[in-house]
Design a protein around this ligand. Sequence first.
Ligand code: UTP
Length: 246
Amino acid sequence: MAQERIAISIGGSILVPDNEDMSYIKQLASTLLDMLPVYKFLVVCGGGKIARYYITIGRSLGADESSLDELGIEVTRLNARLLITALGDKAYFKPAESVDEARLASNSYPIVVMGGTHPGQTTDAVAALAAEKIKATRLINATSVDGVYNEDPKANPNAKRIDRMTFKELLDKVMYSKMEAGSSFIFDPLGAKLISRSKIQTAVVFGRDLLQLSNAIKGQQFTGTLITAAPPSSSDAPANSASPSR
Ligand code: UTP
């Protein structure tokens, strides 16, 4: 039976926030390894605050935006190497440097890990492109927030999580995000366009909650936001609606 291919964008803010990172990375690795007989994974690692640190220093040294992006890409690849180390020999031995390399490597390895590829985007866009290339069943955006909110939940504690939204609603939300090296938004606008054009079902989950992450990978109920082509109808209970933690 063909394995389902899943693309995962895992934020650097989840992988290396300097909070029990070693044990989290180990648990993440074993969560993915445990699902291997059924799934194949392409994991794209973000840069998080380490990337932002380098970008801030580089900017104050006078670097142009695309050179700052290159600094960010280097850090995402460094984070990818950490995850590869935890995954052992089930993973392609190095961060793939392009989505084509990732696709080729995924023919021989059950897990391929990579970071960024080109300036002017973030790893969410890389994950969306990779999801297109490997014909992923779904894309999981494992991030520092447990879903997409109507307002920034870090700024407004009364912000409400949106349990389910359409690609168009996501596009409307992210279209006017600021595009500069190191800027942070719930989903990269380019990534949003890519998942929209290829209709790749996308789940946004809090990446440190490994139960929700694996539920989302399996297409089961999860706490977070499910992004699909069609709006939910009243007779159509969202796949993620019955989560106990809501
Ligand atoms: P991230 O994808 O980590 O961005 O890339 P982020 O929004 O900070 O995500 P979190 O915090 O990890 O969740 C870090 C930086 O690296 C550059 C960009 O400057 C980005 O802001 N980058 C990354 C690229 O230029 N191209 C890429 O393909 C990936």
